[in-house]
Design a protein around this ligand. Sequence first.
Ligand code: GLN
Length: 556
Amino acid sequence: MKDGRRTKFIFVTGGVLSSLGKGLAASSLGALLQTRGLSVTIQKLDPYINVDPGTMNPFQHGEVYVTDDGAETDLDLGHYERFLAVPMSRKNNTTSGAIYNTVIAKERRGDYLGATVQVIPHITDEIKSRVLSLAEGEEAPDVAIIEIGGTVGDIEGQPFLEAIRQLRSELGRDNCLNIHLTLVPYLRAAGEHKTKPTQHSVKELLSIGIQPDIILCRCEHVIPKEMRRKIALFCNVDEDAVFAAVDVDNIYEVPLRFYGEGFDQKVAIMLRLPARNAHLEAWEQLMKDFRDPKGRVTIAIVGKYVELHEAYKSLHEALVHAGVANRVAVDLKYVNSEEVDPGNAASVLADCDGVLVPGGFGYRGVEGKIAAIGHARTRKVPFFGICLGMQCAVIEFARNVAGLPGANSEEFDESAPDKVIYLMGEWYDFRSKRVERRDAGSDKGGTMRLGSYPCTVAPGTLAHAAYGADHVDERHRHRYEFNNAYKDRLEELGMRYSGTSPDGALVEIVELEGHPWFLGCQFHPEFKSRPMQAHPLFREFIAAAVRRASGERSGT
Ligand code: GLN
């Protein structure tokens, strides 16, 4: 932020029901404000009691998104990074659990000097301080968008809403804006849109003292003018402050749609933002590239959370970005790894131009992943293994090429004869530059290697060709590591270590000699892929799949 200006806050609440796309709406608005020359950050306030989503089942909560500074966060932060192309940090996601944790710790320390500790003011003060922390320091953005998780009316969300109500009067009208996202259903039988749920939702907001400035209506079809007028009248907002967020096939179209509605312009006017004209060229080009694929490839994602695609959100997006970079459409085939075995792998994966085995935890489905990898290795199908996917690739190679039938990960079998993936007794912490002993498994939260770590990339490898760099930084989220005791033995048989920690102690990327494209990485590259800048490894994986699809086999 320049000229001593203050950060302006935009609060986004949701009404009627969940899953309306507050995260996407916040990200798209943020992206538009960026194109107007403003710096933007986004924060998610989650009302659940978990301190962070790190321990939550992906089946319920979807992917855990990891930031550079090692925070395990809500998947909406992935949208924020992908749309804004600025890195998020632990500051950008807070939960009720984290707030209570801090307040209770302060109470135990005696910080409240004997006061009765209450939701108001102690919890709300802690919420406010976390929101306001975004406006601190030299790098404070012009605009901070705060997305409040859940739906207005939820008991859990009330302290957050109370906090933003207070902030509005404390920071002043010109510095805060309340946007309410609601649903305006279209009743086919009646042939019209219905505004009643929106009215009820705004009434609920008003009852806790929040008057929305802008109503954003999620809808199937554009809502007619008179309907907007009606919503404005019943909800006490300007007539030109009711916008439609119409369903789209492609999430990256939302910024352009919002722009077409004049949404960002209204926000800039209401907040008196020093915004220049929007520059949408990059977003327009992206949509053009999406609409004009020169071919198609099918990629199998072999994992255990396939019923809930949200569990692989960043992965899905990274593959889409890589498709755009290669000018092809990427068809994803989600394959439940529990249903794959060495006998059926070839038929299950027959129509796939590439096989991707993503990250995961626990033994369930692992044998199916190993079978899928065996198929990709022997049939020379491009393969990309991420985190657990890389670990499974090492196990597969050890079992079927190195003749170690008992090879396994310590995670799945503590007494396996050949623990090719194991829990390092000693742990090298790059940040503290200390080797620390880790107490395995005593605490499920906070015992992982998390966040960004450097990796040295060996020249002459697939990884180096993709990155075009000797050093990269990638984000991790795992407990187990490649066991260096097997390094030489596997190398003699064709495994290559194309990425290691800078001191060489940890294997970060493996490849296979004599295979057109076979790469496994211990980190999660999907977290750093962006629509206009596909991640190099995903880009090259899709390029290899395109080569295979067009019948051109490289390698042997
Ligand atoms: N379960 C494995 C580990 O903890 C892999 C984790 C992952 O894929 N994110 O090392």
